[in-house]
Design a protein around this ligand. Structure first.
Ligand code: C2E
Ligand code: CA
Ligand code: CA
Ligand code: CA
Length: 275
């Protein structure tokens, strides 16, 4: 329905029982503080300085343990529960920046992910501004990661929300770049500061010379369009070296650090550099 489709797989009945339970319980989980954020550092390739963190939501479920977003975001988008979840994520990011500030730490921007559903709300930017003000932080303490799917359907509405967010001083990154249909020439007029190169490209960098060529030219083009480039999913030293040589600005991935809890992120922030 509503332009989406899904497959029904009878062999996955145990899975779908769990999926159904999760879908039903999510609204209460948001209200009862069962969600937590983990943070993955974004590291500058020149010197391994931590330039930011990406906030990734997890659900600390009383019965199932720690659940990753792959299991509940899509259904939350379908039911609309993503609005409350997304709002919780915004507040939790603001709270984290404020807490680090209160400790006198030199903070770096925390990036939050948004679903297209959230950007269909014309008051999104207003609410974001209110959360920022309530927590006494600066707009530049946050960054918003969108995917290309945020730019389809009511495109004019999404664009106006993006413009408002950027005008207020929150920077914007385009996530999973390379997996969608947009080319750089199509996104050059969007209010985007950073391109996040999808993991699939990074994966193939060393095994396929075509992937390497594509990555290198995307980086060059993005720089010409005044965008920074962050590589996602860096798992190997080789990939890091390749990206650095290709002029990529920052990287994220298990090779550098997995997403970690707030305390471990705080330790990283104190050190300012990784390793
Ligand atoms: P994403 O925004 O593309 O986030 C990157 C995902 O890749 C994260 O998975 C992260 O843990 C994982 N990752 C990081 N480095 C590596 C690596 O080196 N190798 C591999 N294989 N994976 C790596 P996670 O946390 O399970 O999140 C999955 C997706 O769920 C995210 O993809 C994002 O689309 C969505 N998501 C996460 N948090 C939120 C949220 O607060 N709101 C919304 N709307 N979506 C969220
Ligand atoms: Ca992301
Ligand atoms: Ca991504
Ligand atoms: Ca993704």
């Amino acid at each position: 329905g509503r332009g989406r489709f899904s497959y029904y797989d009878a062999t996955a009945s145990a899975d779908s029982a769990r999926g159904y339970a999760l879908e039903r319980e999510l609204p209460r989980a948001v209200a009862e503080q069962q969600l937590v954020l983990h943070f993955q550092p974004k590291v500058r390739l020149n010197d391994c300085r931590i330039m930011g963190f990406e906030a990734l939501v997890r659900w600390q479920h009383p019965e199932y343990g720690l659940i990753h977003p792959g299991e509940f975001i899509a259904s939350a988008e379908a039911t609309g529960a993503i609005r409350a979840l997304g709002d919780w994520v915004l507040k939790a990011c603001c709270r984290q920046v404020a807490a680090w500030r209160a400790l006198g730490l030199d903070t770096v921007p925390i990036a939050f992910n948004v679903s297209p559903v959230q950007l269909r709300d014309g008051a999104f930017a207003e609410r974001l501004a209110a959360h920022i003000a309530d927590h006494g932080i600066a707009p530049s303490d946050l960054m918003m990661e969108i995917t290309e799917s945020c730019l389809i359907e009511p495109r004019a509405l999404a664009l106006s929300v993006l413009e408002q967010v950027r005008d207020m001083g929150v920077s914007i990154g385009l996530d999973d770049f390379g997996t969608g249909f947009s080319s750089l020439s199509q996104i050059k007029d969007l209010p985007i500061d950073t391109l996040k190169l999808d993991r699939s490209f990074v994966n193939d960098i060393r095994s396929s010379s075509e992937a390497g060529v594509i990555v290198t030219s995307v980086i060059t083009l993005a720089h010409n369009l005044k965008m920074r480039v962050v590589a996602e999913g860096v798992e190997l030293m080789d990939q890091l070296v390749y990206l650095k040589t290709a002029g990529c600005d920052e990287a994220q991935g298990y090779f550098l650090s997995r997403p970690v809890g707030a305390h471990a992120a705080e330790e990283m922030l104190r050190a300012a550099y990784l390793h």
